[in-house]
Design a protein around this ligand. Structure first.
Ligand code: CP
Length: 319
């Protein structure tokens, strides 16, 4: 339950957010409380809030992104910040500059916060330890996507109330998914029961050590689920085939009009995006009443505003 205390006495004392596992349950609830305030303000179309007025946020995206990058930009603008966007193919990384040098040069431009997406696990933490301004991880390899986990769980709470005891099934390419790892950490902290499902090559039993149940039977995985989170196959991180064909994957593990019959009333469908329609999820369900996929995207703005505001409070430069 969100209480006023989360807003008035935040314990958040970190300048960076690099992994969800670092956060206490209290810190997660502080993000949710502030995100609710920001969401209400966005709904009322109050315009720029001014918490980051005079600040410059740098988006360093070294992997493609639509939702995360745009949501961070929108969040920064709504908080009153200016935004500089740097992408890998247009940066001096292609000329051989190191990530550390790139970040330290960005900091020397008198910027105030770095948002980074990188293909290497640990890239955000590496930078956070080397610059004095806040660093927020927008996805590092298959390791972590902490703001995605916060917006996912924020959306689940909004739709279902407390997540204590709720069954959340994460279905698909878990092995290569930073979203799955961060979601599992967040969901376990919030008391949810997590089931991971998909082919055994993409859902190894090792994930049980994170407190999740592993299941290879779609029927069992969908039965009684309050939330079904679909993941796309991350071909860009796979060096070999993990199943015979996309068609076969879709036939066995794709969620469609037929498998909807297995879902209980009120179960919601989620997806971090991008969706490969007709593979892990068909259009009928993606666009159905059960789907909260676009709510996830919208909530990504308020949740990131909250994270940016909390991290910025803890820098020497903060107002
Ligand atoms: N969910 C997510 O990370 O989407 P993008 O890759 O479009 O940012």
């Amino acid at each position: 339950m969100i209480t006023e205390d989360f807003l008035t006495n935040p314990t958040w004392a970190r300048k960076d957010l690099t992994a969800i596992e670092d956060l206490s349950l209290r810190e997660i609830n502080e993000v949710f409380a502030l995100a609710e305030v920001f969401k209400a303000s966005l709904k009322r179309e109050e315009g720029k809030l001014g918490y980051l007025s005079g600040k410059t946020v740098v988006n360093l995206f070294f992997e493609p992104s639509t939702r995360t990058r745009s949501a961070f930009e929108q969040a920064a603008h709504k908080l009153g910040a200016d935004v500089i966007s740097v992408s890998s193919n247009a940066s001096s990384l292609v000329k051989g500059e190191s990530l550390r040098d790139t970040a330290r040069n960005v900091e020397a431009l008198m910027t105030d916060m770095i948002i980074i997406r990188h293909s290497a696990a640990g890239a955000a933490k590496y930078l956070a330890e080397r610059v004095s301004i806040p660093v927020i991880n927008a996805g590092d390899g298959a390791h972590a996507h902490p703001t995605q986990a916060l917006l996912d769980t924020f959306t689940m709470r909004e739709k279902l109330g407390s997540l204590e005891g709720k069954k959340v099934t994460i279905l698909g390419d878990v092995l290569f998914s930073r979203v799955a790892r961060s979601d599992i950490h967040a969901l376990r902290k919030l008391g949810a029961c997590v089931t991971l499902a998909g082919p055994s090559t993409l859902v190894p039993r090792e994930f049980e050590a994170m407190g999740a149940e592993v299941c290879y039977d779609l029927k069992k995985a969908l039965a009684d689920a309050d939330v079904v989170m679909l993941l796309r196959i991350q071909h860009e991180r796979q060096s070999s085939n993990h199943f015979p064909s996309i068609a076969e994957y879709a036939k066995i593990f794709g969620v469609n009009k037929e498998s909807e019959k297995l879902l209980k009333k009120g179960a919601i469908i989620m997806h971090p995006g991008p969706i490969n329609r007709g593979v892990e999820l068909d259009s009928y369900l993606a666009d159905s009443e059960r789907s909260v996929i676009l709510n996830q995207v919208s909530n990504g703005v308020a949740v990131r505003m909250a994270v940016m505001r909390l991290c910025m409070k803890n820098t020497r430069k903060s107002k």
